[in-house]
Design a protein around this ligand. Structure first.
Ligand code: KE4
Length: 431
C-alpha cells in the first residue's frame, strides 16, 4: 500500500493544526507512523486519500452503529438542512429526539442536549454538585469522560495513549476534588466514602470501560456502586457516551439491570453529527438553568440538523434493533481471533461486550487500568500497522475500543480473520 498523499497532507496539516489533528488520538502517537487521511466512508469501509480501502473497526469512535453514511440518516439530514442549519431557538426536533431517548432509557426523566460527550459529563457533574451541594467526585483510574479539567485525572483514551493521564494545565486545587478509585474494586470506592463522609457529590463511571481498551464490570461491581451511592446519598452517573445505544437500546444500564441517577450520552445519538446529552431524575435535573441555579448553555445545542440525524439513527434502532446480530457476529469474530492467537502461541486477551471489543497483547486477564497498562503496546503497534497494510483499520491505540457495525458482513469478518492470522504469524516469526 502507498501512503504518500496522506503523508503530504499530514505535513501540510501539521503547519496549521496542533499536531496535525483535531483530536490527539488520531495522530497515531500510540502506534507510530503517519495518520491516514480519509477521503470517504460508506458502510463498513473507509477509503484514504491514496485510494486504499479498509474494513473499519473504529466507526468514528463509536457513532457508526449503522455503518458509515446510512441512507436514512443522509436523507434525514438533507430534509432538515432545507429549513436552515441552526436557529438558536427551540425547535420540535429537540423534543422528538428527547422522546426517542426517554423511550429507550427510562431512568432519564429530563434531558439536556449539548454538543459533545465532554459537555455531557461536565453538565452532569455540575448538576450533581449543585444538587448535593458537595464538591468532591469519584472517578475510576483509566476511565475517560472527555477533557473537562476535573476529569483529566488518571484519564484513559488519548490521555493514557500519550502518557498524560493527569493532564498539564489542570489546577491542583481542582484535581484535588477528584478522587480516584480502581475499576472493579468496590473496596476502593467504600474507602473513599469512609474518608470523605458527606463530601462526595457523585460517582462517575463508564459502566463498561471502553477507554483503556474494553474492560468488563465484574458481577457485583455496578450493583455495588448503586448501593454505595444510595447509602451515601451521592449521585451515580453512568457515562454511556460510548455504551449508550451501543450495547442495547437502553445501554449498559439495561444490559446489567442497574439504574443510575444520571446518564451521559453522545456518539450514536448524534448519528455522526455533534450531539451529547445528560439527563436523569427530574428532581436532579431541575437544578439546571433555566429551572434552577446550575448554569449550562450552548449556541448549537439541540441543533435541528444534528437532532434529525440522531432521531433517524434511533428510530431505526427501535424499529430494527441490531443487538442480537451484533452480539453474535462480534462473538464469532472474537472466537476467531482467540483461536488464531492460540495457534501461533501469541498471548492475547480478548475483551468484548456486544459490538465493543479490544485485543490486548497480554498474558493475563485485564480487569482494571493497571492490568491494561501492562499490555505489550509495542506489539500492539506492530499488529496495528500489519493490519493497516492488509486493509483493516483498528483504533490506533491499545487503550481504545474497536466497534463492529450492523453492516459488517461475514465476508468482512472472514477477511479480517485471514489478515489477522497473517499478521500474528509475522509477529510470531519476528519474536
Ligand atoms: P467527546 O467530547 O469526545 O464527544 O466525548 C468524550 C467522551 C466521554 N465519555 C466517554 C465514555 C468517551 O468514550 C468519550 C470520548 N471517546 C473518545 C474515544 N475513546 C473520543 C475519541 C477522541 O478523543 O478523539
Amino acid at each position: 500500500m502507498k501512503f504518500a498523499h496522506s503523508q503530504n497532507l499530514f505535513q501540510e496539516a501539521s503547519l496549521h493544526l496542533v499536531g496535525g489533528v483535531d483530536s490527539p488520538v488520531r495522530a497515531f502517537k500510540g502506534v507510530g507512523g503517519t495518520p491516514l487521511f480519509i477521503k470517504r466512508a460508506k458502510g463498513a469501509s473507509l477509503w484514504d486519500v491514496d485510494g486504499n480501502r479498509y474494513i473499519d473497526y473504529v466507526g468514528s469512535w463509536g457513532p457508526m452503529i449503522w455503518g458509515h453514511a446510512p441512507l436514512f440518516v443522509l436523507n434525514a439530514i438533507r430534509r432538515a438542512i432545507r429549513s436552515g442549519t441552526s436557529f438558536g431557538a427551540p425547535s420540535e426536533a429537540e423534543t422528538q429526539l428527547a422522546q426517542w431517548v426517554k423511550r429507550c432509557v427510562p431512568s432519564i426523566e429530563k434531558i439536556r442536549f449539548v454538543n459533545s460527550g465532554t459537555e455531557a459529563t461536565m453538565g452532569a457533574i455540575r448538576a450533581a454538585r449543585g444538587y448535593t451541594k458537595r464538591d468532591k467526585i469519584i472517578k475510576f483510574d483509566g476511565c475517560y469522560h472527555g477533557h473537562a479539567d476535573h476529569l483529566l485525572v488518571k484519564a484513559g483514551s488519548g490521555a493514557q495513549t500519550l502518557g498524560t493521564p493527569d493532564s498539564a494545565g489542570v489546577p491542583s486545587a481542582l484535581a484535588q476534588e477528584t478522587l480516584v478509585a480502581t475499576y472493579n474494586d468496590l473496596g476502593s470506592v467504600a474507602a473513599l466514602f469512609q474518608k470523605f463522609p458527606g463530601q462526595i457529590a457523585a460517582v462517575i463511571v463508564e459502566p463498561v470501560v471502553g477507554n483503556m481498551g474494553v474492560i468488563l464490570p465484574q458481577a457485583n461491581f455496578l450493583p455495588g456502586l448503586r448501593d454505595l451511592c444510595t447509602h451515601e446519598q451521592s449521585v451515580l452517573i453512568f457515562d454511556e457516551v460510548m455504551t449508550g445505544f451501543r450495547l442495547a437500546l437502553g445501554g449498559a444500564q439495561e444490559l446489567y439491570g442497574v439504574k443510575p441517577d444520571m446518564t451521559c450520552l453522545g456518539k450514536i445519538i448524534g448519528g455522526g453529527l455533534p450531539v451529547g446529552a445528560y439527563g436523569g431524575a427530574q428532581d436532579i435535573m431541575s437544578v439546571v438553568a433555566p429551572e434552577g441555579p446550575v448554569y449550562q448553555a450552548g449556541t448549537l445545542s439541540g441543533n435541528p440538523v444534528a437532532m434529525a440525524a440522531g432521531s433517524a439513527t434511533l428510530k431505526e434502532l427501535i424499529k430494527s434493533p441490531p443487538y442480537a446480530q451484533l452480539n453474535e457476529a462480534s462473538s464469532e469474530l472474537m472466537r476467531g481471533l482467540r483461536d488464531i492467537a492460540a495457534q501461533v502461541s501469541i498471548p492475547v486477551q480478548v475483551n468484548q461486550v456486544g459490538s465493543m471489543w479490544t485485543l490486548f497483547f497480554a498474558d493475563r486477564p485485564i480487569t482494571n487500568a493497571g492490568e491494561a497498562r501492562r499490555s505489550d503496546t509495542k506489539r500492539f503497534a506492530q499488529f496495528f500497522h500489519l493490519m493497516i497494510e492488509a486493509g483493516v483499520y483498528l483504533p490506533p491505540s491499545q487503550f481504545e475500543a474497536a466497534f463492529v457495525s450492523a453492516v459488517h458482513t461475514t465476508h468482512e469478518f472472514e477477511k479480517t480473520l485471514q489478515r489477522a492470522e497473517a499478521a500474528l504469524q509475522k509477529l510470531r516469526e519476528a519474536a
